[in-house]
Design a protein around this ligand. Structure first.
Ligand code: NOJ
Length: 531
């Protein structure tokens, strides 16, 4: 391997999150303490020992607030209380305390773009007249066409169908339409309304005062809408793809909201906010992580890259370049509750599993923050579910053309034993396949060759080995279909082979490999760390 190409950027890991490994818990699917088939906060508390063993620094809990669960908690009816299916505020406090005792920070999800249609504000809006202050907290508009029976613009919902729903006026006459970029049960809040801002500030302080260590901001590129809500040039967009040029997202004024969030967080030492930023353009992405905005932003380039060295390298380079200009930490993710799991995405079966292991080593060798999604450390694949059990609103909204995200939200298998595999003593809210019984955490903890053992070892090395201290990346020339990089200032090299043939290993002593090596050669679908 020859040549040295240096990537731009430098990060200094002075804050706890700057090079953290954060574990995402999809609360519904992690661990159920009361056998109702749905994961809960007490269930997480019972598993803190496991999380400490895994070696992660922090947790991200998906929404556990009061919700009718039209989008499994991303439809929030009361952002300052816990839904009974997940526990109550006391359970949350006990979990937070327990996590801190185990050395784990706790970050929680905030959903500021929309509320639930069961939120008291939206109920009041429906009971109030057009033009009323109650309606002004949302986007209510008269329709187009002679009878106002066409939506106010051509925007579509991310979940399929129009982004507008018409409601009758309180006097029974043909009424206004309200905007919902997601399900109709998730009306978009009007961020030009000072009450909306004030309420988010109240929510931030509510949880900060309880001791949370930070927030993940849902649809951080949403919230603000362009003046006059103009038609979109291309209204047909699929779920969560690149939103460049789309008037529904990435409006310039959204940055005022992030400045407000940051100002509140700055009053509390050591707290962090990470945004869900589906914005592809590097320069526009960087705006979200300027020094007075969010600390971190998920860059989804890596998750969208196929298993191909050139594509992986491009994704890494763009992600680094995007944050370099504003001196923020890059934030990596291969998996979350909205995207197909890596094992399946990279080809499924043994091939997909080998590739997922390799990409885990690539990801954990990178400078910055790494997010792992529950079950990723077990190498769980997606599961084909029968139509009858599908719950994601995408399934209904798309007229049964898109199956939605349930297949990557199946509960975590802890130990052998259908139907609940240690996740629940009852019936899991989504059926768990027999195949998950072969991937349980209990079995994998005992097996040194398991995905779980690989992840534990990789996380441990990342934390303790001096090779991971360099904040910059240098690329080596590599054979076709391969990549290799080094953390500058250290001897740690990460090499990946996505080609069909074995290639010579770069010089150095092997520290960790994602699969068996072929003598001094790196086989296809394999990555390794060398020092
Ligand atoms: C992004 C979340 O990750 C996703 O699960 C949710 O459906 C949408 N935002 C709407 O809140």
């Amino acid at each position: 391997m020859i040549g040295l190409l240096r990537s731009p950027g430098k990060i200094s890991p002075v804050q706890w999150w700057a090079d953290a490994v954060v574990y995402q818990i999809y609360v519904r699917s992690f661990s159920d303490s009361d056998d109702d088939g749905v994961g809960d906060l007490e269930g997480i508390r019972m598993r803190l020992g496991y999380l400490e063993l895994l070696g992660v620094d922090a947790l991200w809990l998906t929404p556990f607030y009061t919700s009718p669960m039209a989008d499994h908690g991303y439809d929030v009816a009361d952002p300052r209380d816990v839904d009974p299916v997940f526990g109550d505020l006391d359970t949350f406090d006990r979990l937070l305390e327990g996590a801190h005792e185990h050395g784990l920070r706790v970050t929680i999800d905030l959903v500021p773009n929309h509320s639930s249609s069961e939120h008291e504000w939206f109920r009041a809006a429906l009971d109030s007249a057009p033009g009323s202050p109650e309606r002004a907290r949302y986007h209510f508009l008269p329709g187009r066409g002679p009878d106002g029976d066409e939506p106010p613009n051509n925007w579509t919902s991310v979940f399929g169908g129009p982004a507008w729903t018409r409601v009758p006026s309180p006097d029974g006459s043909g009424g206004e339409w309200y905007l919902h970029l997601f399900a109709p049960e998730q009306p978009d809040l009007n961020w030009t309304n000072p009450e909306v801002r004030a309420d988010l500030e109240k929510t931030l302080r509510f949880w900060l005062d309880r001791g949370v260590d930070g927030f993940r901001i849902d649809v951080a590129h949403g919230m603000s809408k362009p003046e006059g809500l103009p038609d979109a040039e291309n209204p047909d967009v699929a779920l969560l793809i690149n939103t460049d040029g789309d008037p529904r997202f990435d409006d310039d004024d959204v940055h005022d909201v992030h400045r407000m969030i940051r100002a509140v967080l700055d009053e509390y030492p050591d707290r962090m906010a990470v945004g869900e930023v589906w914005v592809g353009d590097d320069e526009r992405f960087a705006r979200y992580v300027r020094p007075d905005e969010l600390h971190l932003g998920f860059n989804f380039r890596l998750v969208r890259a196929p298993f191909d060295a050139a594509a992986v390298r491009t994704a890494i380079e763009h992600s680094l370049a995007a944050v370099a200009t504003v001196a923020a930490s890059p934030t990596w993710t291969l998996s979350n509750h909205d995207v197909s799991r890596p094992v399946t995405r990279y080809g499924g079966g043994e091939l997909g599993a080998a590739r997922a292991r390799a990409m885990t080593l690539v990801e954990l060798a990178l400078p910055g923050v790494v997010y792992l999604y529950n079950g990723e450390e077990l190498g769980l694949p997606d599961v084909d579910l029968p139509d009858a059990v599908l719950q994601d609103p995408v399934w209904e909204r798309s007229g049964h053309t898109e199956r939605g995200r349930d297949s990557y939200r199946i509960p975590v298998p802890w130990e052998d034993g259908a139907p609940g595999y240690g996740f629940t003593g009852g019936d899991p809210w989504l059926p768990m396949p027999i195949e998950y019984g072969r991937l349980t955490a209990a079995d994998q903890l005992e097996d040194t060759g398991s995905m779980l053992s690989l992840v534990r070892r990789a996380v441990e090395l990342r934390k303790t080995h001096p090779g991971f201290r360099g904040g910059e990346l240098e690329w080596f020339g590599a054979p076709e279909g391969c990549l290799a990089f080094r953390r500058v200032g250290t001897t740690l090299v990460c090499a990946l082979n996505t080609s069909a043939a074995p290639v010579p290993l770069p010089p150095g002593e092997v520290l960790l490999a994602s699969g068996p090596l072929d003598g001094a050669r790196l086989p296809p679908n394999t990555a390794c760390w060398l020092v």
